[in-house]
Design a binder for this molecule. Structure first.
Ligand SMILES: O=C(O)CCC(=O)C(=O)O
Length: 305
């Protein structure tokens, strides 16, 4: 285990710090977020140091350096490239080259690689991620979501400040995102930037910004931390950590594979938050893509295809 803080004060390409920001006391909570309490992790820890785990609880993020095997990562990148080529072909078939917030030449999302690639399935269940699940989620954890996200240079644009739980409202709200760079991720090509401390409030109200996506604030309540990272590193943050990626102003594609892990038994809530309480819920236990990663703290075998 090797790890280090990312972390330098934000001066990202969007210069988000220049905007007048809210304070944490004025941030508006999502209407369904009424009684949230962040649960601190108490160890014993398998992958993180006690200090890293404490920083995760305090800040909502930690960056692990050189923890992934680069040859395995090459195979993961090849699987992501293949899936992304198919995604981009679908986008280019649309009248305006886009579906929801995905747009050819800007940003593409290729979900559920674990359903089509043995390499991705093995990677998602590998020891590093199983250990992080035990350290930061709980004894019984499922893969919740996986997707490749490619930021293209042709149409540089930011991916706005959001919490992952601001897209699909999951209960428990506190789950884990592992952002895995497949190429160097820098402030110039759209590495993640995160805001510390806000995760402890739970899910915030988000507003939809066309054509970029859901946004929980325009100017952050504290200077963001710019998380530059290289292949082999993992940027680890909470589903409740506000993050943004800036525009890709280089000439190369920025590639990432995102893995998210949630406590077994998690549900996605349905309904219109502005109209009242949730009207339904869906278990997040699809055996094809939301399989067990650890049970009673023990790593589960990778399911066969
Ligand atoms: O990788 C990116 O550029 C943004 C992806 C992201 O923040 C997300 O999928 O929640």
């Amino acid at each position: 285990m090797t790890s280090a803080a990312a972390d330098e004060p934000g001066e990202g390409p969007e210069a988000a710090t220049e905007l007048p920001g809210p304070t944490t006391s004025t941030l508006e909570r999502h209407p369904w977020n009424r009684e949230f309490h962040w649960v601190d992790r108490c160890g014993p820890f398998r992958r993180l140091t006690v200090d890293e785990a404490a920083r995760f609880d305090r800040d909502g993020h930690v960056v692990l350096r050189n923890v992934l095997d680069l040859e395995e990562l090459d195979r993961v990148r090849a699987a992501c490239d293949e899936a992304e080529a198919a995604t981009d072909a679908i986008l280019r078939d649309q009248a305006d080259d886009r579906i929801f917030i995905a747009e050819s030449g800007a940003i593409t999302f290729s979900p559920h690689l674990v359903t089509r690639s043995d390499v991705a399935r093995d990677f998602a269940a590998s020891a590093v991620f199983a250990d992080l699940c035990a350290d930061l989620v709980g004894p019984d954890v499922n893969l919740y979501w996986d997707q490749a996200v490619y930021k293209k240079p042709e149409k540089p644009r930011r991916f706005p400040w959001h919490q992952d739980n601001g897209y699909t409202y999951v209960e428990p709200q506190q789950y884990l995102t592992c952002w895995v760079p497949l190429t160097d991720a820098t402030r110039h090509n759209g590495c993640p930037q995160v805001v510390s401390g806000v995760h402890r409030l739970g899910t915030l109200l988000h507003a939809y910004v066309e054509p970029l996506g859901w946004e929980c604030f325009r100017g952050p309540p504290a200077p963001p931390v710019v998380c530059e990272a290289a292949p082999g590193d993992v940027i680890v943050f909470s589903s409740l950590t506000p993050h943004l990626t800036g525009p890709n102003t280089t000439s190369d594609v920025r590639k990432a594979y995102i893995l998210q892990y949630a406590p077994a038994g998690s549900v996605a809530l349905h309904g219109d938050p502005s109209a009242g309480p949730p009207t339904g819920q869906a278990p997040q236990d699809d055996p094809g893509r939301q399989h067990a990663i650890i049970r009673a703290g023990e790593r589960c075998p990778t399911p066969t295809s």
